[in-house]
Each structure stands twice: as structure tokens, then as C-alpha cells.
Design a protein around this ligand. Structure first.
Ligand code: PAF
Length: 287
């Protein structure tokens, strides 16, 4: 199945479906990791996690135009299929699905999947249409692969909640698993967009996780939360971040306040130089 050069690569839905049909006929379960490529250790950890839960692992690599706004980085987004396949060769990935835009949207976009209660807040407020693009492409990918389990990073916390809600509402028969964020030793969450950071900016970027931890400590002690938030916002601005948001929400439902919740999630999105970075931290609350 898997050659020495790495996983077998399919670019058409029909070829991938033939491969999956023969895999299923041998009684194998299928794990799926959807990505936009430019793979880093965070993605490879998702692949390892999928392999713990399924016999055969499929990774999709598709830079989805529908989830990028008109002034976002769709054209600049790094496309590195060859090095991605090399990286996957050392990991339990059996096949890569790397379709063209035409293969995924042969007739353009006529049908959209939307989870409005979650798609218009936080990142959705700053990136209108983004989660509609994510939900639509993930529905299409799940329909193509029909995996037993699909693994997504907890780093994209809001995305994961949109996907969980959509899968439950549309009765899609797949188990959605969230995997821990992989971090640099500095605490910086791994992301393909870190490639846009200079060396100096990368050092500064690690402040985001430190901020989340500082606020997390205040939340856990239930003391000085709003002062801490205000101070941290000022510290980030002084370091050169342009903040989209720094907010605390109910971890189970991002559309709700954390005040009555059992667990809270602190979410941040900020621009630093050319990169837009996001991160989050979940905190158990003892009221
Ligand atoms: O998280 C990503 O890389 C993308 O949003 C996803 C889930 C692959 C959909 O394009």
C-alpha cells in the first residue's frame, strides 16, 4: 500500500474511492486527517493519533479557497506536496488525497454548510464566511472518505466546535477527535502560518501562550480576571501584536459566557507582522 517514497497519492475522488472500497472490503477501519498541507509536527501528531484509532490513515492536503477571504493569504499559502509526502513517509499514513480545486468544486459553490451560532463570533466575526468554507469542505471531504474517525487539532478550537456541531446536526456517521496542540519549546503553538514570522517575531509570538496561562491562573483562582485581561491586552499591544480578540467563553459552547460554565476556554487571535496567529487554553473552573 505504502511505498518507500511515502504514501500513495490520489488526486481524484474516484481513484481514492476505489482505494477506500478495497480497504473496507478487507475489514479495515479508516482514520482521516484533513489538512491544508505544509505539514509540521502538529499535523504529524494528528496522523499518529489517527493511527492509534484506525487501521488505515488517509491525509487530505487541499488549500480550500472557500475558507479564505478576498484579502487573505490563499495565493501565498505554502503548497509543499513533495516535502509533505516525504514527512508522511516516516509516519503511519497510507494515502494522501490531494485534489485540485476543480475536483473539489466541479460546479463551483452551489451548496453551503453553515453553523451560524458559532460561525459569526470570534474568528468568524473577523473572517466572515471562513467557517462556512471550512464546514462545507469538511462535509465534502467526510463524504468522500467516509472515515470511521477524523482527527482535528484543538488549536483550531472554534473550527473543531463548528465541525462537531455540524457532524451531530447532519448525522454524519464519523467520530470526531480533537488532539492536543503541539507546541515549540517556547510554548508557541505550531502552525503553518508561523512560516510568515521573522526570527524575532517568532520569539515575540511565544508571548501568546504565556498570556493564556497568566489569564488561566487568574481564572482558576477566580481573582482579578478582568484586570489581568486588560493588562495582558496592553502587554500584547506593546509587543507589536494587533489583537483581533482575547476572550473567555464556555468551553462547551463558544456562543455562551463562561461565568456559569464548568470549564472555560481562553481564546486569542492576533496579527504579528504578516502572520495571523490563534491559540487557546481550556481551564476547569471550581465555582
Ligand atoms: O484546519 C485546517 O487545516 C483546515 O481548516 C481544514 C480543516 C483542513 C479544512 O480546510
Amino acid at each position: 500500500m505504502k511505498s518507500d517514497q511515502g504514501p500513495v497519492v490520489f488526486s481524484t475522488v474516484s481513484d481514492l474511492r476505489d482505494f477506500l472500497a478495497s480497504t473496507r472490503s478487507r475489514g479495515k477501519t479508516i482514520g482521516f486527517v484533513p489538512t491544508m498541507g505544509n505539514l509540521h509536527q502538529g499535523h504529524l501528531d494528528l496522523v499518529n493519533k489517527a493511527a492509534e484509532m484506525a487501521d488505515v490513515v488517509i491525509v487530505s492536503i487541499f488549500v480550500n479557497p472557500m475558507q479564505f477571504g478576498p484579502h487573505e493569504d490563499f495565493d501565498a499559502y505554502p503548497r509543499t506536496l513533495e516535502s509533505d509526502c516525504k514527512a508522511l513517509a516516516n509516519h503511519p499514513c497510507d494515502a494522501v488525497f490531494s485534489p485540485t480545486v476543480r475536483e473539489m468544486y466541479p460546479k463551483g459553490v452551489n451548496t453551503e454548510i453553515d453553523v451560524p451560532s458559532l460561525s459569526t463570533i470570534l474568528c468568524g466575526h473577523h473572517r466572515p464566511g471562513h467557517f462556512k468554507g471550512v464546514a462545507t469542505v469538511v462535509t465534502k471531504l467526510l463524504n468522500i472518505v467516509q472515515p470511521d474517525v477524523a482527527v482535528f487539532g484543538n488549536k483550531d478550537y472554534q473550527q473543531l466546535q463548528v465541525i462537531r456541531t455540524m457532524v451531530a446536526d447532519l448525522l454524519i456517521p464519523v467520530s470526531i477527535v480533537g488532539a492536543d496542540t503541539t507546541r515549540e519549546p517556547s510554548g508557541l503553538a505550531m502552525s503553518s502560518r508561523n512560516a510568515y514570522l521573522s526570527k524575532e517575531e517568532k520569539d515575540t509570538a511565544s508571548m501568546l501562550y504565556a498570556t493564556l496561562r497568566t489569564i488561566g491562573a487568574a481564572l482558576q483562582k477566580d481573582t482579578q480576571v478582568s484586570t489581568t485581561m486588560k493588562n495582558e491586552k496592553q502587554r500584547l499591544a506593546a509587543a507589536g501584536f494587533v489583537l483581533d480578540y482575547l476572550e473567555i467563553k464556555d468551553a462547551q459552547d463558544l456562543s455562551k459566557s463562561y461565568v456559569e460554565a464548568d470549564s472555560a476556554v481562553i481564546l486569542v487571535a492576533a496579527k504579528l507582522g504578516k502572520a495571523r496567529l490563534i491559540d487557546n487554553l481550556v481551564v476547569e473552573l471550581t465555582h
